[in-house]
Ligand binder design. Structure first.
Ligand SMILES: [Zn+2]
Length: 220
């Protein structure tokens, strides 16, 4: 069985791990087996925006590019929300056009996120990475067809167990993002919370991978 890591910034090259490695259009690495590509709200640069979006558009047609992202909205940074929303909407429309799921970064902008998804009628799966918020917000996001990915906060915040267990198991992914812990540790914690084996946890995320990415992990 394989460990699927929904979102990471470093490729660890382990035979038992499939990692969706985050890439930026301005520093693209050709050798990664599978990746996502997008403009993170922290790194929006209006001077190169047209070129970045054009590069993303080309890569979305590459079979090794499994998703668009991370992209999203972040209310705790200095970049004005109208600019962030514009860049985010352009990327969502590209994901929809090329039929790729979206890996999403969202900080304090969940209402805006839900409104944009519904206004643009986005139907490709959107996975909110690094989820660490309340059961109530999780429920609202699930009701709006989002998927939730859990990582370092699951390891560090015991209060998240209840939220994690409240999410339907066909909407869950696991990840490491930039944390120092490895994906095996995240699976071990998730299995502990579910009272299941690591293999059962691997089966669960493998099933969800097939649902969202329309291919099986063994074919990667
Ligand atoms: Zn990240």
């Amino acid at each position: 069985m394989l460990f699927f890591n929904l979102h990471t910034h470093s490729f660890t090259n382990q035979s038992t791990v499939i990692e969706l490695v985050n890439q930026y259009p301005w520093e693209f690495n050709e050798i990664l087996p599978v990746y996502s590509i997008g403009i993170h709200p922290w790194y929006i640069n209006e001077q190169r925006l047209t070129a970045d979006l054009a590069f993303i558009k080309i890569k979305l047609q590459d079979t090794n590019c499994l998703a668009l992202g991370e992209c999203g909205l972040d209310k705790k940074i200095d970049i004005a929300m109208p600019i962030q929303e514009d860049v985010f909407e352009k990327q969502l429309l590209l994901a929809q056009e090329y039929n790729k799921p979206v890996v999403l970064h969202c900080v304090a902008a969940y209402d805006e996120l839900i409104a944009i998804k519904n206004r643009l009628k986005i139907t490709v799966p959107i996975i909110i990475h690094g989820f660490s918020k309340s059961e109530q917000l999780a429920k609202q996001l699930i009701n709006n067809d989002f998927y939730l990915s859990f990582g370092k906060h699951l390891l560090r915040n015991p209060g998240l167990e209840k939220v994690f267990l409240s999410v339907p198991n066909d909407r869950i992914f696991l990840e490491t993002d930039t944390s120092t812990e490895n994906i095996q540790e995240v699976y071990a914690m998730a299995a502990k919370y579910y009272s299941c084996t690591i293999e059962e946890m691997q089966q669960l995320t493998s099933n969800n991978f097939e649902l969202v990415f329309k291919t099986s992990l063994s074919r990667i």
